[in-house]
Every structure is written in C-alpha cells, then in structure tokens.
Write a protein that binds this ligand. Structure first.
Ligand SMILES: *Cc1c(COP(=O)(O)O)cnc(C)c1O
Length: 497
C-alpha cells in the first residue's frame, strides 16, 4: 500500500514516510493510493474480537510496511494496560430508541483525541526507525484545546522526540488550559498565542515549510513532523472505532449484521468524520454521515451549497474544539470524490488561501451529498440539549456531543431517516464543567473550576475521571504567551534547540 499527495498524485511514499513527514513537500496531504476493501467475512470476523484485535485488523490493511510484530507493539502499547478507563476502549451506549452514543473519551486526557494520539507516537517512532535514520523528531502542534493535551500526553518522554504545543490564549476552556500548562515530561513545551486556532494552525504550517528553519534543524540531526490531524497517522487509528462500534451494535443485538447505520460526528477539522468516510469505502454498512457543526457553520454551508467561504465572523463557542473555519481534512475528501483530481485540489486550495473561498461543481457537490448530510447547533440549543438528555435519559454529555445530538434530532425530524445511529461523543462532560453545569442549574457563579467539578458530580452522580481529579494538585509549568510572528523563534527557544 502506497500513499500519494492530494496536490501531486505522481508522488509515491510508504506509510512510514507519510507518517514521519506529516505533510507532503508541496503542501498537499497524504492519502492512500487505493482504499483497501474488507469482505463481509472480514468484517464479521471482527465481531468477536476485542478492541486491540480490531485495531490490528484495520491498521494492517493500511500500514503494510509494518511487520505484525511492530503492529502488535504499537497497538498493545497504545490501548493495553490501564490507559483507558473503559475495558471496551470505545464503548457504545444506548441512550434512547435508535440513538446510540459512541464514547471516545475514556483515554488519559478525557477527549477523543486520545484514540489516535495514544497510538501516533508508537507509529511515529516505528516509522522513523525505518525511514528517518535516527533523527530526533520535533512535533509542532496547533491546538483548539484537546489535541494539544492529548499529543503532550502521548509524546511525553518518548525517546528521540520533542513536542511543542501552541494554543489560542483566549480560545480554550480553563480545564484544557490547566491540562496543558501543567504537563509533565522532559521533552515538552507549551505556549499560548495571541490569535485564534486558525492563526495558530496557519503559522505552524508555514514554520513546517520554512526552508531556513528546516536547515537549522537538519544541522542538529532533527526533523519536523506533525501530530495534527493532517498526519495520516492520526487518521488511520480513527477508522478502527467505526468498525468497532458497528460490531458492538451487532453484538448487543441492536442491528443485524449487514444493516446500515447512520453516523453523526461533531466536526471541526473534518478528521473524525473523514475516518468514518474511509470506513464506508472499506465496506462498513453506513447510510449517511452527518456532519454536525456549532455556530461556526462553514461546513454546513459548504455541504449544502457547494461554496466554502471562511470570510465570516468567528465565534468563540462553548464547544471550542470545533471553533474552526478552515477544516484541513476536507482537502482529502475533495481529492477522493473528484476522481483524484490533484489539479482541482491545488486550484481550490490556492483560492482558499488567496480569497478565503471557493466553489465546487454541482457534480462534485452531488457526489459529496450522496454520503454526507450536515447541520449546525446554536449556543442556546447546546444548553437545552445537555439539560433534556440528562433529565429525560439520565445521560450527561459535554458541549461537543450536545451539538451532535441536536443536529441528529434535527436530521431525523427533517428526513424521517431514523435507522439505528451512532453519535460520536468526543469529550467527557467534566472537561467542560462550567458549561455543562450551567446547562443543568441556574447559578454557577463564584465557583472555582474544581468546585464546579465537585458540584457536577453531586448533581449527576457520574464518576469524575481520575486524570481530572489529579489535576488539582499539579503545578503550572508553562506561562509563555507570544504573537503569531514570534512563533518561529519560540520553537528554538522553548525546545532549547
Ligand atoms: C477535535 C475535537 C472535535 C473535532 O474533531 P475533528 O476531527 O477536528 O473534526 C470535536 N470534539 C472534540 C471534543 C474534539 O476534541
């Protein structure tokens, strides 16, 4: 299995190269030259497997340059032991009727990013041994909140790696900020930037491709890579849990093998829902992939009208991990669904960076709409959804999950398509205690972050995740704040290169 670039399909690299490099030289994203297909028998065989074996089955179809021993080592390291608080790793919980929630937040940082970022360091080190000749890998991350912590936790004290995380100073929740600024580990650093997530992401992208910076690193036997969802090594672990959820639904008797399900994903950078698209291409029986956005509804508009336009107001919402106006992984979908038209992708992405907008043909739009539906959820509805789900079904969800649940309800109402569905739950409610608590009761004022955690526990009876409990006693290690123009220098300063 080889990989090519969305902006130059003459490129051929191995999985190991794609993962160590992160992004292609000319700025395109790595995609598989051909998406592997599973037979019915291969999918059926996964029903009786645990999560680890399901992961090995899916990953081995993509990482063909990894030996079976290497894959065992990577997957057992990521999901074995007691790193996840649920034995099932990603359990499916039936909430009501055909509505099932796929809980992706039982990892060490209580958000779905752990699903991929516990595995990525293993994939990266195994890949680097094959193709990077012992270079130290420098990971730069731009985060809207959850990726940063999950990447820090995944890479901390991993040999031959350094990691530096940039987050928007005013754009993350207090809990997210505390999780990052208290991060332990000798090879880690964290810096706030004055700007929003898109500023951070654009600046990181330009540092990556800066020839001068690259040369300075090369002198020290170092190279950049990326832990953002533009890295193929981030996407491929996410394909696994769609197969896993399907198998669990069969096992639980919610569906018969072969039945189609709908999948609803609270979306930001389009990585999670794109992983579901790959699962569909591999043979997973899915009706519609429903893309759920918050008030930053650039994707809802795009998926309905065919026009992508980021020239609009940016809102800081209560679901900050979805406050994104440039969804990087959409580029991969455009490549696949345009019949692998790398010239078109190059043009569209040039328009996006020059004009901030582009329009696709009605043919391509129709092609996308075969697979995808879309909707968005405003702030009032986020609170109302948290409250009604708790009151009616005693199911407590976070703000991102609430966006997906509301968009799903709207989707069922407008289409009548109410087959068994999986709604991704992407964060523990305790990660966003202030918002979740204020949805449940009127007054939360004057409470500290941890008083709110306690209060939420008192009101809901739901266990507080151990990693959040443990945060209370940790010291803040990182207080740096910089402008986006200073990010290049900060890399060298903070990583002591
Ligand atoms: C990252 C994140 C999302 C968005 O996922 P994408 O893959 O970027 O679309 C949604 N919810 C939470 C809690 C997240 O951390």
């Amino acid at each position: 299995m080889l990989y090519t670039s969305t902006r130059d399909k003459s490129i051929r690299v191995s999985a190991a190269q794609a993962i160590t490099q992160g992004i292609s030289e000319e700025g395109g994203l790595f995609v598989p030259c051909e998406i592997p297909k599973f037979s019915e028998a291969q999918i059926r065989a996964m029903i009786d497997m645990d999560y680890i074996s399901r992961a090995k089955t899916v990953l081995s179809a993509y990482l063909t340059d990894f030996s079976a021993e290497e894959l065992d080592y990577c997957v057992n390291g990521a999901y074995g032991g007691n790193k996840f608080s649920s034995e099932k790793i990603a359990p499916v919980v039936r909430v009501n009727g055909n509505e099932n929630v796929l809980e992706l937040w039982h990892g060490p940082t209580c958000a779905f990013k752990d699903m991929a970022l516990q595995l990525l360091p293993y994939l990266m080190m195994t890949s680097a041994k094959k193709v990077a000749g012992g270079k130290t890998i420098v990971i730069l991350v731009a985060t809207s909140g959850d990726t940063g912590k999950a990447a820090l936790e995944g890479f901390k004290d991993v040999e031959h790696t350094r990691i530096l995380v940039f987050y928007p100073d005013e754009g993350v929740s207090p809990m997210q900020k505390l999780q990052m600024t208290t991060q332990e580990g000798e090879n880690v650093a964290v810096c706030a930037i004055k700007g929003n997530f898109d500023d951070a992401q654009s600046a990181v992208k330009s540092i990556f491709t800066d020839a001068n910076v690259k040369a300075q690193l090369a002198e020290k036997n170092m190279m950049f890579s990326s832990a953002n969802s533009i890295n193929w090594g981030r996407l491929v672990p996410q394909i696994v849990y769609y197969f896993s959820a399907y198998c669990d639904l069969v096992q639980q008797g919610s569906i018969a093998f072969g039945d189609k399900i709908n999948v609803v994903v609270p979306t930001g950078n389009f990585g999670n829902i794109l992983a579901a698209y790959y699962a569909v291409q591999m043979g997973l029986p899915v009706g519609k992939l429903v893309c759920a956005s918050n008030t930053n509804n650039v994707l809802t508009d795009f998926l309905t009208s065919g026009e992508y336009n980021k020239n609009r107001a940016f809102y800081a919402t209560t679901s900050p991990s979805m406050d994104i106006l440039i969804s990087s992984n959409l580029e991969r979908l455009l490549y696949h669904l345009s019949g692998e038209d790398d010239g078109l992708v190059r043009d569209l992405m040039a328009r996006l960076s020059e004009d901030g907008c582009y329009r696709i043909s009605s043919e391509l739009r129709a092609n996308i709409q075969k697979y995808f539906a879309a909707g968005f959820c405003g702030e009032e509805d986020v609170f109302a959804t948290i409250r009604t789900h708790f009151e009616k079904y005693h199911y407590l969800c976070d703000t991102h999950t609430a966006v997906a649940l509301k968009v799903y309800a709207d989707y069922v109402k407008s289409t009548g398509d109410d087959i068994v569905s999986v709604i991704d739950s992407t964060a523990s409610p305790y990660k966003f205690s202030a918002s979740v608590l204020s949805a449940l009761q009127d007054s939360t004022k004057d409470m500290s972050e941890f008083e709110m955690v306690d209060e939420l526990h008192r009101v809901s009876g739901m266990d507080v995740p151990q990693p959040i409990e443990a945060l209370q006693n940790k010291a803040v290690r990182f207080r740096e704040v910089c402008s986006k123009d200073e990010m290049g220098e900060i890399v060298f300063k903070l990583l002591k290169i």
